[in-house]
Design a protein around this ligand. Structure first.
Ligand SMILES: *Cc1c(COP(=O)(O)O)cnc(C)c1O
Length: 367
């Protein structure tokens, strides 16, 4: 008997995605004008809990737009967690600003709010909180710090559609937030992103920057340098179909995550993240942290999983070890946890039996 390989992630396109994309093709509305874009933006505000949502062509450009609209420019510093997807740090660089890296909290690897005061300088412009792997960051502590010091708070919610803090969705706590709809994210449009905010002036500026800087009142007049970061109607058509099934997609992920935890909590050689009290996480990928392991041992376990047909990937390398963002400060928590972290498969195409098989395989290869 040969078991088929278990993929780390895969999109779930089983709803109206095909019909809506077909409508784009049949009507000719395949570029960045069309009702799916406005429908998607409007529907998304129910998930982000914000007044406004501005779609973009990916999550990285959403970050760039948000930082520009929040006034980030050369000479500024922006504090962000050292463990994140590289896009968070890259977008700060695109603005000519400097990413200032903070160490992580154990388990969730989210930004440690105790780092913020230590990292603040006269050049600090704001803080990006990242809800890593779907677990909410401490938005109350971060928001209070930002407010007390006149800084912006931008949430990177790229991996956390639908997560909540005190019953309120992530994305609704900062001055703005961004989401990603890459193919492996909780909601996908293939490639895609969104900036959300309650600030009407910020929304207006985001739309202007997204569309080459064109004045909305005067066609072909460009008062400032802008970008072409627009989402297509085809991307948005997929997004609208995804949001129709959002609750079901999340419920399936929660079911799989519960199954994972019921197994993994009985392992005596792995650590799991503890979801902070008062928050609801959304399972993006299922992380395990091998107790006492280093990066070499972790990589060997991933190779052994692969041999048995189970795909996995390393938890993000901290930014401070990458050539572009090197920092000499010590990051003891990020270094320890990221080196021994493995992300296991989690997507709606998995069955509970698949989860059982992943856990049995992990037990075998770590024994
Ligand atoms: C996926 C992701 C992004 C944006 O990525 P895109 O691939 O450009 O959509 C930004 N931040 C984090 C934390 C992410 O996981």
């Amino acid at each position: 008997m040969t078991d088929s390989p278990i993929a780390l992630a895969q999109p779930d396109l089983g709803g109206n995605e095909l019909a809506y994309v077909q409508e784009c093709l049949e009507t000719g509305w395949i570029s960045s004008i069309g009702h799916f874009i406005t429908d998607f933006e409007k529907a998304f505000t129910a998930i982000s809990g914000t007044q406004h949502a501005v779609a973009s062509n990916n999550g990285t450009t959403a970050l760039h737009l948000a930082l520009l609209a929040l006034g980030v420019g050369p000479g500024d510093e922006v504090i962000l967690p050292t463990v994140t997807y590289v896009a968070t740090a890259n977008a700060v660089k695109y603005c000519g600003a400097t990413p200032v890296l903070a160490d992580s909290l154990p388990g969730t690897l989210n930004i440690d709010p105790a780092e913020l005061e230590r990292l603040r300088t006269p050049r600090t412009k704001g803080v990006i909180s990242v809800h890593l792997y779907g677990i909410p960051a401490d938005v109350h502590a971060i928001g209070a710090f930002c407010e007390a010091n006149g800084l912006f708070h931008l949430e990177d919610a790229a991996e956390s559609h639908g997560a909540t803090v005190g019953g309120k969705p992530v994305g609704s706590f900062g001055d703005a937030a961004i989401f990603s709809f890459f193919g492996n994210k909780i909601v996908t449009t293939g490639e895609g992103g969104m900036v959300v905010t309650d600030d009407a002036a910020l929304e207006k500026h985001l739309r202007l920057l997204r569309g080459q800087g064109m004045d909305p009142e005067r066609r072909y007049w460009f008062p400032e340098v802008g970008y072409n970061y627009r989402m297509t109607n085809i991307q948005a058509a997929i997004g609208v179909a995804q949001l129709e099934r959002f609750d079901a997609l999340l419920a399936k992920r929660q079911e799989l995550a519960h199954r994972y935890v019921s197994h993994l909590a009985t392992f005596d050689d792995v650590d799991l993240a503890v979801v902070p009290e008062g928050t609801v996480a959304v399972p993006w990928l299922q992380n395990v942290y091998l107790r006492g392991a280093d990066g070499e041992r972790r990589d060997a376990v991933m190779a052994a999983l692969k041999e048995e047909g189970v795909d996995s990937r390393p938890v993000f390398y901290p930014m401070h070890v990458l050539p572009a963002f090197e920092s000499a400060r010590p990051f003891p928590v990020a270094d320890d946890w990221s080196a021994r972290g493995i992300s296991l498969p989690l997507h709606t195409g998995l069955s509970l039996d698949d989860v059982d098989r992943v856990c049995e395989t992990l037990a075998r290869v770590t024994a």
